[in-house]
Design a protein around this ligand. Sequence first.
Ligand SMILES: [Zn+2]
Length: 302
Amino acid sequence: MKFSDIPVKPKDEKQELLKGIEVSLPSKGRDYSEGKDSVLICPSTMNEAKFISEMSPETYQENLTRLLQCLIVRPRALNPWSLTIGDRSYLFLWVRIQMSPTYQLPVMQCARCQEVFPNYSYDLTKVPIIPIGDDYTGPTEVSLPKSSDRVVLRLDTGEDEQAIQQYVKQDPAASEWVCTYIQPIVSVNDKKMSLQEKYAWQKKLDPADFGFLRQFHAWSFHGPDYANSPFECPKCKVVSLVDIPFLPEFYLPSLQFRDAMRDAIHSFALQKRSTGNDAGVEPDGVPGVHVPPHQDQRTTEG
Ligand SMILES: [Zn+2]
């Protein structure tokens, strides 16, 4: 299967689907000890609605992870937190597409002709899926360019994200952004370090060495590239790249939730207006969703 071809659930093959579908992972299993490069996943259970109804901006990663755990048939004891962030992101997208392949954006604007399309239905199967490069063969030892420290680098996982969250809670002065680049370091000069030790270590690093760690991160990118999703303008036909916002509501294919939210905002705004207290809520828009023009930050890194 090509990574760009996400099969959409056929409606009349329920029995086949219950056995599961083999889904290739964008990391090609390079970091997994069992060498697994695919999972068998069953897209149709009754659990989806339950998990999705329980989601909130604070907990949606956990809700989605528990959902994945229910849907993955093989490997049986797989902990979805142990998957790379790229693989997790891909499986989340895969599950979302099985529920519904379209994602309704409040507004889409063409970067070329500036035409605005309200309530635009984006086809999520168009989100590019980047497989890891063939030159990444697994955790790799490299020498940093300035300090010559030998570091073993691997791909970052959901468990890394959890560890970082925990660490910044204990030490609010620590930068989450910095942790992203140092947490996936396996060892420094053959020594295993805690995140706290790595944090102290990176403070003494030359900017060129830290830049090297960032470059590795960009170079080993894999999974859905939401920031470079193609959009063909229905008016001028020019294809531009847009950033599809990755929000909890992304997993709510039913528009009922969004419509209910819109109605609530609308009536709130009208209420405010009638009492002479306009808090600036746009009655026709859903705040907080913005589709910026394409900016590829990854290629400007380092
Ligand atoms: Zn256009």
